[in-house]
Design a protein around this ligand. Structure first.
Ligand code: HEC
Ligand code: HEC
Length: 287
């Protein structure tokens, strides 16, 4: 054997060991990356759930009587529920698509007076697809208590990419500057975010439409007057700022006759600049 052959043999041998070692460890590495991803997705989902879903489905998914059904329940995870509604796909897809698209009020067999709102931006809701996916992962995780198989159903979770690009507008009323608003989109958002449930369908919050207001003024007109009134204690100096403040810092100034803490206080974390601008431009039109 020449020295060349010895070196070549040794090199081949070493390469084989390195490749074998890598091959043995790769699945573990992949699994670790996937577990890490699923964990982050679920954590993000928990926050989205707390901000958007607890008021109807309860903090632990136990459901609230008269508002919305339980999600943390065996019948959702053992297949009873999807069989009942005639869903042919997987449970994961059922949960994902219900959250995305919501349910129309007239959906067959519904016994709930309210509708399940639309959440995906695809259908005019406030959540991007990755956020819908995260909150789906969070809901599906309850299934662990009932059925070990649901963990596998979470496998088809894909990119995290636009998670990073989501920038909530925050709770400052002067910055960032808002882009031009689209009132039609704003109107859609006020429905999917549930604003209209308090401000139009009921009188839980001050009426938006002139015909429902005792003084016959829509919110667009009132917004021009509120910040000038004697009891006003906020920071706004014009109607746009007043509306922005009312939405992202709702408890700074509380309209007379209402209690603080009733309106959802987390919109600054859920809305982008564009969403907020769209909503404000819609409200300004409601003279
Ligand atoms: C305004 C109240 C309300 C809010 C807020 C709400 N839901 Fe619902 N949700 C409902 C109602 C009502 C139903 C039942 C609709 C039906 O059966 O027609 C429902 C149904 C569902 C279902 C299907 C359950 C089943 O058994 O058919 C899922 C999953 C769900 N909601 C998840 C969510 C998630 C996740 C959020 C937060 C992003 C959320 N919901 C926010 C009212 C609400
Ligand atoms: C759970 C009920 C509820 C929901 C949901 C809700 N609001 Fe309100 N809103 C209130 C209440 C109550 C007040 C009055 C107390 C206050 O000023 O904070 C109010 C006040 C306001 C005001 C000031 C009204 C005025 O006459 O000066 C605006 C503007 C407003 N909300 C916009 C919105 C928008 C936009 C959404 C959805 C993104 C929304 N609200 C969701 C209950 C709600």
């Amino acid at each position: 054997m020449t020295w060349r052959t010895v070196i070549a043999t040794l090199a081949t041998f070493l390469t084989t060991i390195v490749v074998a070692f890598w091959l043995i460890n790769e699945p573990a590495r992949m699994q670790k990356a996937e577990d890490g991803f699923a964990g982050r997705s679920m954590e993000a989902g928990a926050i989205i759930y707390a901000n958007n879903c607890t008021r109807c489905h309860g903090p632990q998914g136990e459901g609230l009587p008269g508002l919305a059904p339980a999600l943390n329940t065996e019948t959702l995870f053992d297949g009873t529920r999807i069989t009942e509604v005639g869903w042919a796909g997987t449970l994961q897809d059922f949960v994902y698509s219900t959250i995305s698209g919501g349910r129309p009020l007239q959906s067959a067999g519904t016994t709930w007076p309210q509708r399940m709102p639309t959440w995906s931006t695809e259908y005019g809701g406030p959540l991007r697809h990755d956020q819908v996916r995260d909150v789906t992962a969070f809901v599906m995780n309850w299934g662990r208590a009932y059925d070990e198989n649901v963990i596998e159903l979470q496998a088809n979770q894909s990119d995290m990419t636009d998670m990073e690009s989501f920038e909530p507008v925050g709770i400052d009323i002067f910055s960032p500057e808002l882009p031009a608003g689209n009132p039609d989109n704003g109107e859609t958002l006020t429905v999917s975010l549930g604003c209209t449930a308090c401000h139009i369908q009921t009188e839980v919050g001050p009426a938006w439409l002139a015909e429902n207001d005792p003084d016959g003024k829509g919110i667009g007109t009132r917004a021009n007057e509120r910040f000038l009134s004697a009891d006003y204690n906020g920071m706004a100096t014009n109607a746009e700022e007043y509306l922005r403040e009312s939405i992202v810092r709702t408890n700074d100034y509380v309209v007379e006759g209402y209690e603080p803490g009733i309106m959802v206080a987390t919109y600054g974390e859920q809305l982008t600049k564009q969403d907020l601008s769209d909503i404000i431009s819609y409200l300004l039109n409601l003279k």
